[in-house]
Ligand binder design. Structure first.
Ligand code: BT5
Length: 267
C-alpha cells in the first residue's frame, strides 16, 4: 500500500498499518476509506456502532466536501494530510459540548509535541504555527465538532505533506512546509491516544490550553452569528470553552465566533 501514489501524487494511507495501530488503542472501531464526502458525514452515518463499541474513527485519504465551521470548506488534496472523525457518546467525555473543540485542539497539540513539533492554538479550534520572522499565524489544522443526538462527532483536519503549490489559502501551512516529516498513521494513532486520555481524565485541560493559546492576552475582535462585533482583551478561557473578553464597557463570554487578532503575535 505504501508504494502506491494517490492521484494527487501524495502517498496513500498504509491501511493495514493504520488499522493495527488503531486496534492497539483498544477502544475504537476503524473505518478507513480512499474517498468520502466528509469523514464527519461517514461517522454520523455509522453512529449505531456505538451501541457495541466505545468509539469509531473514520479516516480518509480524500474528502470531496470537507467542512469547516459555519458552512466553510476544508480543502486538501488526496493524501496530503489527515482527515479523520471520531464518534463517541457524550457520556464518555467529562466536558460539555462547547469545550470539546478546545480539548481536541489540545489533543492535536500534545500529539504533535510528542514528535518534537511545537504548535499553538488560536481560540477556539485552529492549530497554528507562529512565524517568528513575520510575527504571523499559519494554520496547519482545525477541529469541527458536531453534536448528533447523544454523540459527539469530532472532525480533525491536519496538513501533513501538503506542498506550497497546493495550499488552499495563503495563511495555511503544513508540517512538511514547517520542516517536519512524520507519517500520517503515526500522528493519527497519537492523536487518538491523546483524545482517549483527555476525554476520560480529570486532567485540568484549561491550564495547558491557556499556555499554548495565542489568543489570550491579545487585543482581539470577535464577530458572532448575528454579526455583532466585540473588541477587547482576551483574558481567559472558562471550563465551558467560552473566551472571556474585556473592554472598557463590559466583560463578555464568547462561545462562538471568529477571532481577529488586532496586534502582532509575540513569538
Ligand atoms: C476548521 O473550520 O478549521 C475545521 C476544519 C475541520 C476539518 C476536518 S477534516 C475531517 C473532518 N471532516 C470534515 O468535513 N471536516 C473535519 P474553520 O475554523 O471554519 O476554518 C475553515 C477555514 O480554514 C476555511 O474557510 C479556509 O479559510 C481555511 N482552510 C480550508 N482548508 C484549509 C487547510 N487545508 N489548511 C488550512 N486552512 C484551511
Amino acid at each position: 500500500m505504501d508504494s502506491i501514489q494517490a492521484k494527487s501524487g501524495y502517498p496513500k494511507l498504509d491501511i493495514s498499518r493504520l488499522s493495527s495501530l488503531i486496534d492497539q488503542s483498544g477502544w475504537l472501531k476503524p473505518l478507513i476509506f480512499e474517498t468520502v464526502t466528509s469523514t464527519n458525514d461517514i461517522a454520523i452515518a455509522n453512529l449505531e456502532f456505538l451501541d457495541s463499541v466505545l468509539g469509531i474513527v473514520v479516516v480518509a485519504d480524500e474528502q470531496t466536501a470537507g467542512r469547516g465551521r459555519l458552512d466553510r470548506k476544508w480543502v486538501a488534496p488526496a493524501g496530503s494530510g489527515i482527515a479523520m472523525s471520531i464518534g463517541t457518546k457524550t457520556q464518555n467525555f467529562s466536558a460539555q459540548f462547547s469545550a470539546v473543540p478546545l480539548i481536541c485542539g489540545l489533543a492535536v497539540h500534545r500529539a504533535l509535541k510528542a514528535f518534537g513539533i511545537i504548535t499553538y492554538l488560536k481560540w477556539p479550534n485552529d492549530v497554528v504555527f507562529i512565524n517568528p520572522n513575520k510575527n504571523d499565524l499559519r494554520k496547519v489544522g482545525g477541529v469541527l465538532v458536531q453534536l448528533v443526538q447523544d454523540s459527539f462527532v469530532i472532525g480533525i483536519g491536519l496538513n501533513v505533506d501538503l506542498k506550497s503549490e497546493d495550499l488552499p489559502v495563503p495563511q495555511a501551512t503544513s508540517l512538511h512546509l514547517e520542516g517536519f516529516e512524520v507519517r500520517r498513521e503515526d500522528i493519527i494513532s497519537k492523536v487518538l491516544e491523546e483524545i482517549n486520555f483527555l476525554q476520560h481524565s480529570d486532567y485540568l485541560w484549561i491550564d495547558d490550553y491557556s499556555k499554548v493559546c495565542v489568543t489570550l492576552g491579545k487585543k482581539i475582535s470577535v464577530t458572532n452569528f448575528s454579526d455583532q462585533t466585540v473588541t477587547g482583551m482576551a483574558q481567559k478561557v472558562l471550563p465551558t470553552g467560552a473566551l472571556v473578553v474585556k473592554n472598557l464597557e463590559n466583560l463578555y463570554q464568547i462561545t462562538v465566533g471568529d477571532i481577529v487578532h488586532l496586534e502582532v503575535e509575540s513569538s
